[in-house]
Design a protein around this ligand. Structure first.
Ligand SMILES: N[C@@H](CCC(=O)N[C@@H](CS)C(=O)NCC(=O)O)C(=O)O
Length: 233
């Protein structure tokens, strides 16, 4: 069993991508220090942060006790989940078959559910103009993805084997289902899974981290200016 003596630094803001990591760290019971990156105020562009996360996105971590006892930084939430899952040997199977199963659902979230739900949030709530085509396109796509999860969960409790980093990656993106124009009652197996996960104390603790900073982006013009319309610098 790996013992973490020094806390892991977590660069974080309370959003579905950030929650993935607080939830996993809470499930692992590993010590961590939250370094808030106020993405609505442009803190993701600080040179010290970009040195760790060149894509100006949180979450990112610095583990002072990385491979070989040297510090390591990791950006991209999926890569962080895999790193921590491997390091602590939990929520990410050690056998190839089990790991591939988790990887499929993790990448499905990273390439599908997260980006599509993010665009649904954008066009349904934040875009300065109503673009019916974009609203329909992303609302329908999230609906399709919810259908895929619902079918998958019809005969199992978790997306890939036992409770894993794949479930942790998805749950925070299902939490704002209303803002994505969905109705969980249309997806009974997904709803059962969602409620079971949300009832886990570690999920509750993970999603509570920094909740005092959560604001509705729709009412925060300054944050919209920082976050929308970014170009290469
Ligand atoms: N693929 C990235 C996406 C992370 C991401 O989009 N983070 C957003 C908040 S949820 C962010 O940091 N945005 C800052 C910005 O857009 O400048 C991951 O999963 O880590």
């Amino acid at each position: 069993m790996t013992i973490q003596t020094q806390p892991i630094d977590l660069y974080y803001w309370p959003t579905p991508n950030g929650w993935k990591i607080t939830v996993l760290l809470e499930e692992l019971g590993v010590p961590y220090t939250v370094k808030y990156v106020n993405i609505g105020r442009g803190e993701q562009f600080a040179p010290e942060f970009l040195a760790i996360s060149p894509n100006n996105r949180m979450p990112a971590i610095v583990d002072p006790d990385g491979p070989g006892g040297e510090p390591i930084s990791v950006f991209e939430s999926g890569a962080i989940l895999q790193y921590l899952g491997r390091k602590f040997g939990r929520f990410y199977p050690g056998d190839e078959r089990g790991r591939v199963e988790v990887d499929q659902w993790l990448f499905w979230q990273m390439g599908g559910l997260g980006p599509m739900a993010g665009q649904a949030h954008h066009f349904r709530q934040y875009a300065p103009e109503q673009v019916p085509y974009a609203i329909a396109r992303y609302t329908n796509e999230v609906n399709r993805l919810y259908g895929v999860m619902n079918k998958r969960l019809a005969d199992r409790d978790f997306l890939a084997g036992d409770y894993s980093i794949a479930d942790m990656a998805c749950v925070g993106w299902v939490r704002p289902w209303k803002n994505q124009g969905q109705d969980l009652d249309d997806f009974p197996f997904l709803k059962r899974w969602f409620e079971a996960l949300m009832a886990r104390p570690a999920v509750e603790r993970g999603m509570a981290v920094g909740q005092e900073y959560r604001r509705n982006l729709a009412d925060d013009k300054e944050a919209q200016k920082v976050l929308f319309g970014q170009k290469a610098r």
